[in-house]
Design a protein around this ligand. Structure first.
Ligand code: KIV
Ligand code: ZN
Length: 393
């Protein structure tokens, strides 16, 4: 399978952000009411199509947050989560109904392991799905349905319940890889087969919701799009249960940078990525790993002499994206023991210091000695070296 071997019906992918629901469910990532409002506003402003704002029946706080986010929403659809129970769905509707564009998202675990928990037979669960989706649709025009653990659900049963949900009025069918078990080729094939074989599938949007337990969430989401999904569910910084969810910044930038082989675009203003990434890291208390794709501290940083020299000559030698495109002002050439003389001269120029060749040679020798003792050499250290060499110390 290659990502370009399908003919998508359209070239737009809807971005569904669940930072405030699946992301916040991550142990220890709880946000305050004010923080949730702030993140929702940033998501709306950056062009996220759908914000899953919370799980209204889970707590009074979640209900209040979803209601207020719904009331303040501008362009985004505001969605709330509900189990396959009337009370959940009613509570969810009470919260999202204030939005200009509300959505109810209802789900039930359909794999054998998940069916065993409520102890329902296949037929009993099918009936529950029919009844709850119908109930949700009587309240709201925009209903999303998810068979939780879809990727470990038997094909025949999955196809059967997806058809039931579509007939009962679901407008989006989300296919969750709840435990991050699937692989990209399967992710694409599953969506492609559902679209091809389930009656009524061409009348709904298929969504992909991936977890990152095997580090494949981004690849699986993009493969699902190649298979025909037109909604990606994701979170900022990949925040989420266990190893997290698909990272919004990764799928959005992958679609932007590799539009040559993935011809699907989003509405997201990528220049706003870095700011929201930092805010989510701060309010959730989950620091972003240094080498995290797109938003890590080192994602646009270079230390080795060869890389720094290449970057100074032509940024495209070692960068496939421009830092400005994700909201960073510039590439960071980190001054350390791997840096070369060209980078040192460039750094001095940035600091407004012009030195002759002999002084540069002298500063460079001292800089290397210092860099051997310190992990990173800061601007102040370099200025001290300039003073020392000027004074002939
Ligand atoms: O991972 C999952 O299955 C979920 C569902 C509630 C959609 O988050
Ligand atoms: Zn999930």
């Amino acid at each position: 399978m290659t990502v370009s071997d399908t003919s998508p019906a359209n070239d737009r992918v809807v971005i569904f952000d669940t930072t405030l629901r699946d992301g916040e469910q991550s142990p220890g990532a709880t946000m305050t009411h004010a923080e949730k409002l702030e993140i929702a506003e940033l998501l709306d402003d950056m062009g996220v199509d759908i914000i899953e704002a919370g799980f209204p029946i889970a707590s009074e706080g979640d209900f209040r947050a979803v209601s207020e986010i719904a009331q303040r929403s501008k362009d985004s659809v505001i969605c709330g989560l509900a189990r396959a129970q009337y009370a959940d769905i009613d509570r969810c509707w009470e919260a999202v109904k204030h939005a200009k564009q509300p959505r109810i998202h209802t789900f039930i675990g359909t794999s054998p392991l998940h069916r065993a928990i409520p102890n329902l037979t296949q037929d009993e669960m099918a009936e529950r799905i029919h009844d709850t989706v119908t109930h949700a649709r009587n309240l709201c025009d925009n209903v999303q349905w998810s068979p939780m653990d879809a990727t470990r659900t038997e094909w025949d049963y999955l196809a059967r319940v997806v058809e039931i949900a579509i007939k009962a009025g679901a407008t989006t069918i989300n296919i969750p890889d709840t435990v991050g078990y699937t692989a990209p080729v399967e992710s694409a094939d599953l969506i492609r087969r559902l679209i091809a074989e389930v009656p009524g599938a061409d009348e709904v949007i298929f969504a992909t919701h991936c977890h990152n337990d095997l580090g494949m969430a981004t690849a699986n989401s993009l493969a699902a799009v190649a298979g025909g999904a037109r909604q990606i569910e994701c979170t900022i910084n990949g925040l989420g249960e266990r190893a997290g969810n698909t990272a919004l910044e990764e799928v959005v930038m992958a679609l932007k940078v590799r539009s040559d082989i993935m011809p699907w675009h989003t509405r997201v203003d990528t220049k706003k990525i870095m700011h929201i990434s930092r805010r989510v890291a701060t309010v959730s208390g989950f620091a972003v790993q240094f080498n995290k794709a797109i938003v890590g501290k080192n994602a646009f940083a270079h230390e080795s002499g060869i890389h720094q020299d290449g970057m100074l000559k032509n940024a495209e030698t070692f960068e496939i994206m421009r830092p400005e495109d994700v909201g960073l002002s510039a590439t960071n050439l980190v001054m350390g023991k791997h840096s070369g003389r060209a980078a040192l001269r460039d750094k001095l120029r940035q600091m407004g210091v012009e030195v002759g060749d002999n002084q540069l040679k002298d500063i460079f020798v001292r800089f290397k000695e210092l860099a051997d003792r310190k992990k990173e050499v800061y601007d102040d250290d370099i200025l001290a070296l300039v003073t020392a060499t000027t004074e002939g110390a």
